[in-house]
Design a protein around this ligand. Structure first.
Ligand code: ADP
Length: 519
């Protein structure tokens, strides 16, 4: 197979750059065979893997090596796509937006530099996986809990940089970032916050530093390569109290959000619960053709059969309270009273106390079970998530739910959605599960995605994160003042990355030389 090259780069130049990279990291850490390239492509591609095909990968083991690679990339004008562990499944995995881009695989940089139990933080390198940090905390009996997303295979840093989330009170991962070390597109290395002082004891304690505060500038961006990150961790609580319920009807999600939103905002509920339709449980434990073999979206009658078999409602809701026993009990009473306005059902209660096994505590315990869902349709499975952000009210949630479900049914995909309630917004994840080898299905899913982006934009909803293929589409929906935000992004991009070497096209931000490629 011929090497996919970045635009405007000759093969000879590309090879020279790879040789120069090898001079930095050693020949064995420049990965440029067909097989190597294959491992970095999007494992869940929706029929568009060739559009995002990596040219090669390079694996540095230190920030100094990252700096050297960046300088070479500038010299040869080779685009780089940094990844931490490359498990961004459903959003493009390890692949770049632009074919021919060289993957900068930071997976070898996996030191847990510090965990501070007294102040509740860690300082880690990008290759540290959720399992690595979890094992470290457990093995050293450190009384700190992590927040872990549904797919626990990835890295703590990569997930926080993509604004991934988990379900503990520290679930909004990007909010836990406190202090970074970043290699800029020029090759210069900086530290943010008080890390900009030579010897600050507050780098992981105080987020802002002095003057402009830059941490979020490097989140979902192509302005820097994060080589170290401080993250706040949650002190292990004395106890937790879980409340779960099956909601029988499709519209129950509306009143549940209305009841919970004020309690989430005023802190009675400190974590962000996800209210998911029951297909997510069914899909992780069975395959579709056990229930329904016909074309089109699974009819309600077949779905009801699934729910009955698994003892599920249309929606499942799991809440968790963290803190001293008496406080949890008092908060549980308030939540029960709110639900009693709409249902006679009682919550199923689970309790955990410090010292009990961690498995059912409500701590962030990494797992990859959620990935089972990709087998739902059979074949080589994949999934993609459409994830708009809405105000936390029944009007918004029900309207969005019904319109998305209708769109799914139009193309014959089973509706699979969840609403995660944060302090002042809801993130609505809609999964589309497909068989990658079914070309008709993947092309329908691609078309559906664009319809959903347009439908949401009409209501003023944006996505919180998106797949490589749709980064331009979503960026285009930020259209206030004739796309003034895009112009700002481009101004900053040009100032920091004049050669356009860092992650071209990420989040719809293109360097000058490649502008105009977007839809
Ligand atoms: P994970 O393996 O944790 O799921 P990835 O490594 O796939 O996450 O990273 C997801 C995305 O975040 C990447 O495609 C890239 O755009 C960005 N990213 C990840 N790590 C870094 C980093 N260290 N510096 C800058 N951007 C990064």
């Amino acid at each position: 197979m011929s090497i996919p090259l970045p635009p405007n780069v000759f093969e000879k130049t590309f090879q020279k750059a790879l040789d120069a990279f090898a001079g930095v990291v050693g020949r064995q850490w420049v990965l440029a065979t067909d097989e190597d390239r294959d491992t970095y492509k999007d494992a869940y591609a929706i029929g568009d893997a060739d559009t995002h095909f990596p040219g090669a990968a390079v694996g540095p083991q230190s920030a100094e090596e990252v700096q050297a690679i960046v300088r070479i990339a500038n010299e040869y004008k080779i685009p780089l796509w940094p990844i931490s562990r490359g498990k961004n499944l459903g959003y493009g995995g390890a692949a770049p937006v632009l074919s021919g881009t060289v993957i900068l695989d930071l997976g070898r940089m996996k030191r847990i530099i510090e965990v501070n139990e007294r102040f509740g933080y860690c300082l880690i390198e990008p290759g540290v996986g959720f399992y690595d940090l979890f094992n470290h905390l457990q093995e050293n009996k450190i009384g700190l809990w992590m927040s872990v997303p549904s797919n626990g295979w990835g890295s703590v840093v990569g997930n926080a940089l993509e604004r991934g989330y988990g379900y503990t009170p520290y679930g909004d991962n990007t909010r836990n970032i406190c202090g970074m070390e970043v290699v800029l597109p020029s090759g210069e290395i900086i530290r943010t916050g008080t890390g900009a002082m030579a010897n600050s004891p507050c780098w992981q304690l105080f987020k802002y530093g002095y003057g402009p505060s830059w941490d979020q500038m490097f989140v979902q961006s192509n302005l820097g390569i994060v080589t170290k990150m401080g993250m706040w961790l949650m002190p292990e609580p004395e106890s937790t109290l879980g409340l779960s319920m099956q909601l029988p009807n499709p519209d129950d999600v509306g009143w549940a959000v209305d009841q919970l939103a004020p309690l989430r905002m005023n802190g009675v509920l400190q974590q962000s619960p996800s209210i998911g339709n029951s297909l997510r449980i069914a899909a992780s434990q069975s395959q579709r053709d056990e229930w329904y073999k016909g074309d089109g979206a699974m009819p309600e009658s077949a779905l009801r059969e699934v729910l009955q078999k698994f003892g599920l409602g249309w929606w499942s809701i799991n809440l968790r309270l963290y803190g001293p026993d008496e406080v949890n009990e008092a908060n549980a009473k308030i939540i029960k009273a709110a639900f009693a306005r709409h249902t006679n059902q009682e919550f199923k209660i689970t309790k955990w106390h410090r010292g009990d096994p961690i498995a059912n505590s409500g701590a962030g315990v990494p797992s990859v079970n959620a990935l089972q869902i990709i087998n739902w349709r059979g074949g080589r499975g994949g999934h993609i998530g459409f994830s708009p952000v809405l105000p936390p009210t029944s009007e918004h949630v029900l309207k969005q739910f019904h319109s998305t479900r209708r769109r799914y049914e139009e193309i014959g995909v089973d509706y699979y959605g969840s609403f995660t309630l944060f302090e002042r917004h809801v993130t609505n994840i809609n999964m589309m599960i497909f068989d990658q080898d079914d070309a008709a299905m993947t092309s329908k899913v691609r078309a559906l995605f664009r319809v959903l982006v347009a439908d949401a934009a009409k209501e003023g909803y944006s996505e919180y994160r998106t797949h490589l293929t749709f980064m331009d589409d979503v960026a285009l929906t930020f259209d206030y003042n004739n796309h003034a935000l895009r112009r700002l992004n481009e101004t900053v991009k040009d100032a920091l990355d004049p050669n356009g070497i860092l992650a071209p096209g990420k989040q719809g931000v293109w360097p000058k030389a490649l502008r105009g490629r977007q839809a």
